[in-house]
Design a binder for this molecule. Structure first.
Ligand code: NAD
Length: 389
């Protein structure tokens, strides 16, 4: 490990943490930003952001469409202060469920617990940071003790909660959010996890073991002999059930990563696995820096998703990808949306409807199986494999 020569200047922990606190920014529907997007964003990715705003407000939020809207979140957005945009959309009933990386939910807990993350620079000496006990997420800086104290809170919560069997991540995050609301009154204003519980928005994570929340659940099993188990099957069926129940379905995808696929796989789960032809997603908005040329899912276009039955082939005009850092594009998008005439809807509160909707999925899947048995079970008729188109 490189070492500082004796006597060489060194910044102190206080210097690194002297930047302004990062606060969750709540969009207010600025008329100036709406005008900028309408009149100033005329070409290239600026125009794609404008298109995304109009698809969302004029189509997805049209009351008669009653679109069930999923938001997927990857990239370090809560550390960058974008949780306030998510809170605002949830409070206004503009997103019905969220699929996020665990990291975004874990780092949201720092805000809920009133720990401070600071604005800083990406051009710093990381060895000095390490020696000073300062953690860096690009240009966001905070003391390592924030991690340790957040982890301790999660472990205490798991003991208090006492759940001892398989749960979906929506159940886990709902219980976590209720605990925060009780212990940190008012924190729904500045915590995604708490706001989701307060507003009935189910929060999923597609890779539950891959974050500090998952790491502390693993501790709970090993050290407390808990049988609490995050069951991804529950998540798959709950998300699939929401999509089945949706009159229309649409998504806003921030970044890419596994949350993007976890949302989009809902349609193939219906037609490919359960034999229920829903017809594909109706609206698709992605704000991302990912490129299509590398062949990965994160950069895959809505057109490619058509071939999988993820996106309805008839609705490609209602899909858009804006290639932009989502820390820039998402707050602009939210200002536009919040200021639009359709900028508030009744909340669906799907977190309380999970069991009923999964039961409906099961009934419909059983009926589909009866009407169209799988090839090996078929007696005299073959299933119509083309029907999903
Ligand atoms: N302490 C923790 O809990 C912790 C910390 C960091 C990451 N993780 C885990 O690591 C995994 C990866 O997380 P990740 O969020 O860094 O995902 P990632 O780096 O895989 O990024 C996901 C996608 O979003 C895109 N993206 C990222 N930032 C973007 C931006 N600003 N604008 C537009 N697009 C952007 C990326 O190109 C990528 O396709 C997750 O499972 C997460 O939970 C955990």
């Amino acid at each position: 490990m490189p070492h500082r020569a004796p006597g060489a200047p060194q910044k102190s922990r206080a210097d690194y943490l002297s930047g302004r606190p990062i606060r969750y920014y709540r969009p207010r529907g600025s008329a100036d930003i709406r005008q900028l997007i309408e009149d100033g964003f005329q070409a290239f990715n600026a125009a794609r952001i404008g298109e995304a705003c109009r698809i969302f407000t004029d189509k997805m939020l049209l009351p008669e469409h009653d679109t069930t809207i999923g938001l997927t979140v990857a990239g370090a957005l809560t550390p960058a202060g974008l949780g306030g945009c998510m809170v605002e959309l949830m409070e206004r009933g503009l997103v019905d469920f969220i699929i996020s990386t665990g990291a975004n939910l874990y780092h949201d807990l720092h805000y809920a617990l009133n720990f401070t993350l600071h604005r800083g620079s990406p051009f710093v000496n990381d060895v000095e940071l390490y020696e000073e006990g300062v953690i860096r997420i690009y240009d966001v800086l905070f003391p390592a003790t924030v991690l340790l104290e957040t982890d301790a809170y999660i472990r205490d919560f798991l003991v208090r909660w006492g759940a001892n069997g398989p749960v979906s991540t929506a159940e886990l995050h709902y219980a976590l959010g209720r605990d925060l609301l009780e212990r940190q009154p008012g924190c729904a204003e500045y915590s995604v996890v708490a706001a989701a519980a307060a507003f009935g928005v189910p929060l999923y994570t597609s890779s539950p073991g891959d974050s500090s929340i998952g790491m502390n659940i693993a501790f709970h099993e090993l050290m407390n002999e808990s049988r609490l188990m995050v069951d991804p099957n529950k998540d798959v069926n709950e998300v699939c059930a929401f999509i089945l129940a949706g009159k229309k379905n649409g998504c806003v995808i921030l970044g890419g990563g596994s949350p993007k696929n976890f949302y989009l796989q809902g349609q193939p789960t219906l037609w490919e696995v359960y034999g229920i032809p829903k017809g594909g997603n109706d609206y698709f908005i992605q704000l991302t820096t990912d490129q299509v040329v590398w062949g990965g899912l994160s950069g895959a276009t809505p057109a490619e998703a058509v071939s999988w039955g993820k996106v309805n082939p008839g609705v490609l005009p209602d899909t858009v990808v804006a290639y932009c850092d989502s820390t820039i594009a998402f707050p602009l998008f939210c200002e536009y949306v919040v200021g639009s005439p359709n900028g508030r809807r009744a909340r669906k509160e799907l977190v309380h409807k999970r069991d009923d909707l999964v039961a409906a999925l099961k009934r419909e899947a059983r009926a589909a199986k009866r009407d169209h048995p799988a090839p090996e079970e078929a007696t005299d008729t073959m299933p119509d494999l083309e029907r999903h188109r």
